[in-house]
Design a protein around this ligand. Structure first.
Ligand code: FAD
Ligand code: SF4
Ligand code: SF4
Ligand code: SF4
Length: 383
């Protein structure tokens, strides 16, 4: 009987799926089982589009189509949470199972707090996350640092601290530290992120801690809720998922890697925030002077929902049609999200003027948490 708190190695018994999946296919196998057994009406996952840089959110109702979502897309910088509100009615009338990175999970929790989605109808299969690389950076990095035409890359993975590509001429790996020292690598919000194992999801799955003959062929699963325990228990009893107890040495290794990632996140926070500290307001003013008031940062933020007055331009301090807008256009958003920013990076990633918005909102949130609430690294989500 699987129960909350269990730590297991898990893999699918479907050989086709195992061949396509990242680490043994437990995640896709569980999503498929939940759909087949009608525990959920649909699976909302991510599949590869035109190439490795193109991560496409996809809603699946036919279990036979699920195998196409297997595999990890490290250039998949998308956030699934707000899409549930925008396109799926906030899961108010349908049960949805989905894979979630830490930021997807935090976004879902923030949306649920605002009554924008029905958490009871969502089954979250968490995936550990070391970070994602912006598709634009990935293409530049592969051309400049790897000396490879980005269009010839057929597969990418992040393993043992290296970004590895497979391409027409073979395969190559370069250490993430080296790439990041030269301005490539993971998105800057990901470098600061400390939600590495998404324990507020129903299950937290990843490759860290899988050692011995199962390395690369199974996923380490931490059971985080009764809902997650029930799913894994039933899938195991039905024979679609195989499990064995996690190797105690593997559990230790996973803990150590998570701790090392926290330290790395702190290092980046020190570097990014300390540089910003003396010049924060000047930098915000300078950077936002490029703003074209397209509203993308508001539209894509999982914690921003303008009310009717806000959209109708009834503000006393921000005039309609004024471009670039006065600083209050940005200040009111920073104030609004000051204790909720989850550092998902969507505002920054999708700003057409490349304004480092997540750096500002994360700095404000982290500084406030650090000063007035739990210590940095001990807040509710460690974000
Ligand atoms: P599969 O059966 O292959 O299923 C993978 C699932 O992930 C699918 O449902 C797919 O839709 C979903 N997915 C793929 N890309 C994305 C994306 N960009 N955003 C949201 N969902 C996505 N594990 C670690 O232990 N350490 C790490 O540092 C780590 N980094 C990761 C980074 C990313 C971006 C992702 C997506 C996963 C990461 N993982 C990490 C988890 C690991 O790569 C495997 O996903 C996990 O072990 C499950 O393997 P599996 O074979 O069961 O998954
Ligand atoms: Fe992963 Fe965190 Fe970046 Fe989200 S913000 S993609 S959870 S590292
Ligand atoms: Fe301005 Fe960028 Fe926000 Fe658009 S996304 S409103 S350009 S800050
Ligand atoms: Fe994500 Fe930016 Fe909103 Fe923070 S402000 S939650 S980083 S979109």
């Amino acid at each position: 009987m699987v129960k909350k708190g269990d730590m297991l190695y898990a893999w699918t018994s479907d050989a086709d799926l195992a061949a396509k999946a990242e680490c043994g296919g437990a995640v896709t196998g569980l999503l498929k089982f939940a759909l087949e057994k009608k525990m959920v009406d649909a699976v909302f996952a991510v599949k590869r589009g035109q190439d490795i840089y193109d991560a496409v959110p996809t809603l699946i109702t036919d279990p036979k189509e699920l195998n196409q979502t297997a595999g990890s897309l490290h250039c998949g910088t998308l956030l699934l949470s707000k899409l549930i509100k925008k396109y799926l009615g906030g899961a108010s009338n349908m049960k949805i199972a989905m894979p979630v990175k830490g930021c997807d999970m935090m976004g879902i929790l923030e949306l649920a707090k605002r009554d924008k989605i029905n958490l009871d109808n969502i089954l979250m299969i968490g995936v550990n996350c070391g970070g994602t690389v912006s598709p634009i950076t990935a293409r530049e990095m592969i051309a400049d640092k790897f000396g490879v035409d980005p269009d010839t890359v057929t597969k990418e993975e992040i393993d043992k601290g290296q970004f590895i590509i497979e391409y027409a001429g073979g395969h190559k790996g370069i250490s993430i530290d080296e790439l990041e020292d030269e301005g490539y690598g993971r998105r800057s919000n990901c470098r600061r992120c400390k939600v590495k194992v998404p324990r507020q999801a129903d299950l937290a799955c990843g490759n860290w801690g899988v050692i011995g003959e199962k390395a690369g062929k199974a996923t380490f699963v931490e059971v985080c809720s009764d809902k997650g325990a029930k799913l894994l228990d039933e899938a195991t009893k039905a024979g679609v998922i195989k499990t064995e107890a996690a190797n105690p040495k593997g559990i230790e290794i996973r803990k150590k890697v998570e701790g090392a990632m926290f330290k790395l996140g702190d290092k980046w926070r020190r570097r990014d925030f300390a540089d910003l500290s003396p010049v924060l307001w000047d930098t915000i003013n300078k950077e936002t002077s490029r703003c074209i008031k397209c509203y993308s940062c508001i539209e894509n933020c999982p914690v921003c929902f303008p009310n009717e007055d806000g959209l109708a331009g009834k503000s006393l301090m921000v005039k309609d049609g004024e471009v670039p807008p006065k600083p209050m256009f940005h200040m009111r958003r920073f104030a609004h999200i000051s204790d909720s920013c989850i550092n998902c990076g969507q505002c920054e990633e999708l700003c057409p003027m490349d304004i480092p918005l997540a750096l500002f909102s994360h700095a404000i949130r982290a500084e406030a948490d650090n000063t007035f609430e739990p210590k940095l690294g001990e807040s509710r989500y460690t974000n």
